[in-house]
Design a protein around this ligand. Structure first.
Ligand code: SF4
Length: 468
């Protein structure tokens, strides 16, 4: 689970109101903001002093989990570095498969007999990375077997294997299905062979289609895939072809994501040195976004989040929903990030450090954050924006905070600018608001938080304090 939390300064939002406003324009979807401010919205919590990390964690693990829960298993290897990826960590070496699996199992053993892990069922389990499908068949099989006995998975637990098409051989798919996997999330990004290869992806269009059809034949699991818009040289024609092909494959659902170009990725560097054309600009991206919404609505897909479209009820999208909202996420593996009752923790990203820590019987975490005042409120706002609307009246009632009056001036400006509208007393994101939903979510959370701070509100909601 990768998130980028924003630090906010101690300033009166009223004195800096313009900062939270949307630019007014005849073409607001293009001009609302100059750029996307984050990959995911969220506020930064305070970290416990480093020397108290293990002690705080111990206290958190003695608590019962109080909210819905996902579990995440991180496999940090990749066979190649896709040019646009900011999450690449370790090159895959075959011998690492057995070593890492052993250590991962030992890591989970360090956590498993605790109240926090065992107190409630887990609703969704996600194998992500990196590339979990890089692991060898015998290793992923024993990992799946171990986890299903060690963690309290709900009977209807969604178990997702995130994978690369090039890894999806029959042998591996059968091992995943036998191990209980009931959902495959495939990082296709584009079916266009030339575009894929230019971004460092290996498989060609025909191979992708053949592998997806092969997995479908088993009739055992939901199949979803990601498509991305915004790559250098990506045309409307390529984008439309990608969406129509995904629809024709009759899989269970898919995401249409916007490309984020990070300066420290190979893509960011190559664009900077001029060896690759720039990624699409905001105007071009909005055109592809609008087209995707039109094509998906025409095909009568159900929209279960701003980016995610469902074709069949086999697709539930539970993990993504939980991970972006107010839920606990029990995470394991080098570089994973999780949280228990709002206490966020990061597992060591340094691979050797991770192996050493587990070998020494020490939970390999590098820091733990303490949930701030009204932590769960802000997470719920994030979850609402992900799904394209906000029920502020519900949150006002639930948290007993004057949210309507706090937000009215700002929301009036947003309505006037054309990024939100009201329906049945709920705030609905317009098409422009959907395109910029991360910025809006981030700004609203910051605005509420700062206003409450300035009003001296000391309500603590849904966050039980752990003594330091
Ligand atoms: S996109 Fe996936 S496979 Fe490619 S480098 Fe990033 S984590 Fe690895």
């Amino acid at each position: 689970m990768e998130t980028f939390h924003k630090k906010i300064e101690n300033i009166n939002p009223e004195e800096n109101f313009e900062r939270y406003c949307v630019n007014k324009s005849d073409n607001v979807i293009v001009d609302a903001f100059s750029k996307k401010t984050a990959v995911h919205a969220g506020l930064m919590d305070r970290f416990a002093p480093k020397e108290q990390t293990q002690e705080v964690l111990k206290n958190v693990l003695n608590q019962e989990r109080k909210n819905r829960t996902a579990a995440y298993i991180h496999v940090p290897f990749c066979e190649t570095h896709c040019l646009y990826c900011g999450f690449y960590n370790q090159p895959y070496r075959r011998e690492q498969s057995r070593i890492y699996t052993d250590v991962l199992i030992n890591e989970i053993k360090l956590w498993e007999n605790t109240t926090a892990i065992n107190s409630d069922p887990i609703n969704a389990l996600y194998f992500g990375g990196g590339t979990p499908t890089a692991l060898e068949v015998e290793d992923i099989s024993r990992l799946l077997k171990y986890i299903s006995s060690a963690l309290p998975l709900a009977n209807d637990c969604e178990i997702t294997m995130e994978g690369r098409i090039s890894n999806m051989t029959k042998e591996k798919v059968e091992a995943y299905l036998q191990g209980g996997v009931n959902r495959f999330s495939l990082g296709v990004q584009s079916f266009n062979t030339e575009l894929r290869r230019s971004m460092g992806r290996r498989s060609d269009r025909d191979t992708i289609i053949e592998r997806i059809n092969m997995i479908k034949e088993y009739n055992q699991a939901a199949i979803v895939l990601d498509l991305i818009y915004g790559f250098p040289n990506q045309t409307m024609e390529i984008w439309v072809d990608d969406i129509l092909l995904a629809q024709n494959l009759e899989i269970d659902g898919f995401d249409c994501y916007q490309l984020n170009v990070f300066p420290n990725t190979p893509l960011g560097k190559r664009i900077a040195d001029g060896s690759i054309n720039p990624a699409l600009n905001i105007k071009e991206k909005t055109e592809l976004f609008i087209k995707s919404v039109e094509l998906m609505q025409n095909a009568l897909y159900t929209r279960i989040s701003v980016n995610h479209w469902q074709r069949t009820t086999r697709e539930r999208n539970i993990y993504n929903r939980l991970a972006r909202g107010y839920a606990s996420c029990l995470s394991f593996g080098a570089g994973a990030g999780g949280n228990i009752n709002g206490y966020g923790y990061m597992i060591l990203r340094d691979y050797q450090g991770y192996l050493e820590s587990v070998k020494n019987g020490i939970k390999p975490i590098m820091g733990i954050s303490i949930p701030g005042v009204n932590y769960s409120l802000y997470k719920e706002i994030s979850e609402y924006f992900e799904t394209g609307y906000l029920d502020l009246a519900y949150l006002e009632n639930k948290y007993n905070l004057p949210l309507t009056s706090i937000c009215s001036k700002l929301l009036n400006q947003w309505e006037d600018a054309g990024v939100i509208k009201y329906e049945n007393n709920k705030i609905i994101l317009t098409l422009a608001g959907q395109f910029w939903f991360v910025n809006l979510s981030q700004l609203l959370q910051e605005y509420i938080k700062l206003t409450l701070q300035f009003q001296g509100d000391k309500n603590m909601v849904n966050s039980e304090k752990v003594s330091l």
